[in-house]
Design a protein around this ligand. Sequence first.
Ligand code: SF4
Length: 390
Amino acid sequence: MLEGRSLALYIHIPFCRKGCHYCDFYFTPRQSLMEPYVEALLKEIELYIPLLSIVPIKTVFFGGGTPSWLPEALWERLWNRLSSLPTFHPVEVTLEANPEDITLDRLRFWKDLGITRLSIGIQSLSPRLLNTLGRWHTPQQAEQAIQWTAQMDFPSWSVDLMFAIPGQSIEDVKRDIDFISSYAVPHISFYGLTLEERTVLYKKKLRAKFIPVEDEVYEEAYLFIYDVLLENGYTWYEISNWARPNHESIHNWSYWLREPYIGLGPSAHSYIPEQRWWNEKNLKAYIEALERADLPPRGGEQLSPTQQAYELWLTRFRTRLGIDKAWVEKEEKIFAQFLRWQAFGWVEEREGSFRLSARGALLADSFVRQIISYSPVCLPSRLVHSLGEV
Ligand code: SF4
């Protein structure tokens, strides 16, 4: 099943100093668990050796949590094991970093280790908005982190920014973009603030202490970002991602094109066609299982043709690749729907595909739901066949 394929490897580092107000990810602030955690991770790697020692590892992504908080000695242990795998020749190794952890020495350390791509969680350069988001770092730390990273000559790097934060004006957004662009940051992820349950902002909203922005404000900001990034030399390639030439995230493309990936660590997901499984979130249960040399507790599913089709649509339609016009034309009702969206300016026809326009990107999820609802029974196998050839 994996003959001739390669793997994307995700490694989760579930430690944060404190929870940001918009985030519902599982993490712990207990630094004392970092060492036992890395030991457990090394054991999980051993359990995957039958796979990891034969399938080439194309990309690695250290995500979190706050991977940049992990001490250097633990990084070395983890890296030494990974890099000793005969299949370990990744073309891209990303590390998510928070500004408060970034120093010139640490940047040098990560680069010497083999990190090729740093992804920095900036979110905003406004003290007021960072405060709303409950971020740990200051704007000065964020600016300094960008300046130092720009000096270090990583093959690629990225910053995460946010829009649709209550109280954020278009001028605030523009100031962030101007600063980032002045350092020619190769890649930008720009996420609209959404309210997840179990977050501080969600609870504040229930008490009427936090009011999310109106849809019109969200749209205005997204369209502004889309245009200004284009003017600044970035190309849109996925709903929330823009890149300068040759700086798109190779690891993320693996997810969007539904290539095999393995996730290690609590809550990490894995996918080998057509099965998906995920480790339990609880860090203690994860460590205890691996201390017994057991696989960590997990859930899993066999993806049905309908799920496969839905996911293909959801991921691929959200990217610059869009959906093949030749396939859309085969389904009369769906083709008619695409022509309507085209007339509204929500999709554009380019190079034989229907792709989302900037306005269409704001409606992508509802488009996919609509398409899938047309033909829940006959659609999947034909769709899977068509998109699977890409
Ligand atoms: S946003 Fe990042 S740093 Fe903040 S709590 Fe979530 S995972 Fe941790």
